[in-house]
Write a protein that binds this ligand. Structure first.
Ligand SMILES: [Mg+2]
Length: 464
């Protein structure tokens, strides 16, 4: 039988051993003694590894989904936060301009599920997505699932998608329109001077609004209504004057930026296919990288007609949900390039699949993006893991607090027209609460409870 002293010493020993074990686990397997004798750089590396060794991925369960709705980024963006039973939190976002309800209605469908089963959950919820912003909930949740799975296993999202083709992602920047061609050209040149290696400008009939003899349209034409009327049905035709004016903007920009940097164009307006072909032909000498959304993406045959008629690359895709419509466009050789928006096309994995399909058919993939740094990170991982990627859009060059919303990767996120692919687990970022709080939409709360979305009585099955 042990004496009282022996029992106390033994107890102390057991406590000391347990404390040592905990310290060792917390230091990533390095004992405290070894840690103290290691070089400072190694100590820092061990203590800053953002690997959650407490996570048990097989037992991970989703416990909550909440929203923080920001604005002026420059877009309105509902940020999604998904919580779990192990204290791991994942972030995603509904596509810019979309309703948070697209994500909230998915909450009851994913509560209690293991977020690491990303593909299984995507197949469960993808029936609740539609084209453009209607896909925002499904895609935003998918982003958050990759973030959670990566944090649970301690690997970055690009690694789960198959690894990297590149360490940094080429960006192309949007630039604010000016109706003065010389001022517009100066703004484009400023982007080039910032280090951007790929540019895009907007040229369209809206810029010419108020001028005489620009368009031929049914008299009394309503510009506001035109916004919701698809191109073939507006009966708008461009006059030669309009084509000269639009080409004049591009000529002024090319004069400033030269011909070595790719220059794409978008936001032409809603006019007929014949006018689109005339405009595209007039732009041929200016070596455009692509002309975007000359007609809505659904009109495969109209796209075929335009693409066959002109020598300028054509592109569409930012509003397409899921791979199948992209397959149709690609198989019909209807466009020269595609441009999915990951927050509409189905999230990281579906967008990689879209890119892979295009690649097999010799079609390149640019990526459309206009959200917060959360979706931006999701895009970086997908772009890194997809071989035929060309360039990712960046809409927030002029928003000075945009990068401050997140912490994690090296700052600045964007440098010389590129963004480094983050190496941290999941998407590789955490939210900076103060900054997000400061830029919430008026009347919105910071990740307020959403208990009213916990249950539903719907039968979601699509077949009998
Ligand atoms: Mg566009």
């Amino acid at each position: 039988m042990k004496s009282k002293l022996q029992q106390e010493v033994g107890g102390c020993d057991r406590k000391a051993t347990r404390r040592n074990m905990l310290q060792t686990a917390g230091l990533g397997g390095l004992s405290l003694a070894a840690m103290h004798s290691a070089p400072v750089a190694a100590q820092v590396e061990y203590t800053t590894q953002n690997v959650r060794r407490s996570s048990r991925p097989s037992d991970l369960k989703i416990t909550d989904l909440r929203i923080a709705f920001i604005h002026q980024a420059p877009m309105r963006v509902p940020i999604i936060r998904i919580d779990t039973n192990q204290g791991i939190t994942g972030y995603g976002e509904v596509r810019d301009g979309g309703s948070p309800k697209y994500a909230l209605m998915l909450k009851s469908r994913i509560l209690g599920e293991n977020p690491c089963n990303v593909e299984k959950l995507f197949k469960k919820i993808k029936q609740f997505g539609g084209h453009s912003r209607q896909a925002g909930g499904v895609c935003g949740v998918e982003m958050a699932l990759w973030d959670l799975a990566g944090k649970a296993y301690g690997v970055p999202a690009f690694q789960m998608l198959g690894g990297k083709y590149r360490d940094k992602i080429r960006l192309y920047s949007d630039t604010t329109i000016s109706r003065d061609p010389d001022e517009y050209a100066r703004r484009m040149k400023a982007r080039l001077d910032m280090g951007y290696t790929f540019l895009k400008m907007d040229i369209g009939i809206n810029q010419l609004r108020g001028e005489r003899d620009i368009i031929t349209a049914p008299l009394g034409f309503d510009w506001a209504r035109d916004r919701d009327t698809a191109h073939p049905f507006t009966a708008i035709q461009l006059t030669d004057k309009a084509i000269d004016r639009l080409v004049g903007y591009v000529a002024a920009v090319r004069e400033q930026i030269g011909y070595e940097v790719p220059l794409a164009a978008d936001h032409f307006g809603h006019f007929s296919v014949n006018s689109a072909i005339r405009l595209a032909k007039a732009l041929t000498p200016y070596q455009m990288a692509w002309l975007e959304d000359l007609v809505p993406w659904q009109y495969t045959e109209l796209w075929q007609q335009i693409t066959a008629a002109v020598d300028v690359p054509t592109l569409t895709g930012e509003d397409i949900y899921l791979k199948e419509p992209f397959m149709k466009l690609i198989e019909a050789r209807a466009v020269d390039m595609i441009q999915p928006d990951l927050a509409s096309s189905g999230g990281l994995l579906e967008t990689k699949r879209i890119g892979d399909y295009a690649e097999e058919h010799g079609v390149a993939m640019a990526m459309h993006f206009a959200g917060s740094p959360i979706s931006f990170m999701a895009n970086l991982h997908c772009a890194a893991a997809t071989q035929n990627f060309i360039a990712l859009e960046h809409h927030s060059v002029d928003v000075d607090w945009w990068e401050d919303m997140v912490t994690g990767p090296m700052k600045p996120l964007v440098q010389d027209g590129f963004a480094a692919v983050p190496d941290g687990p999941g998407l590789g970022i955490e939210i900076v609460e103060d900054v997000v709080r400061e830029h919430l939409m008026p009347g919105e709360e910071y990740f307020a409870p959403t208990d009213e979305w916990n249950t539903n009585r719907a039968n979601d099955r699509l077949w009998s």
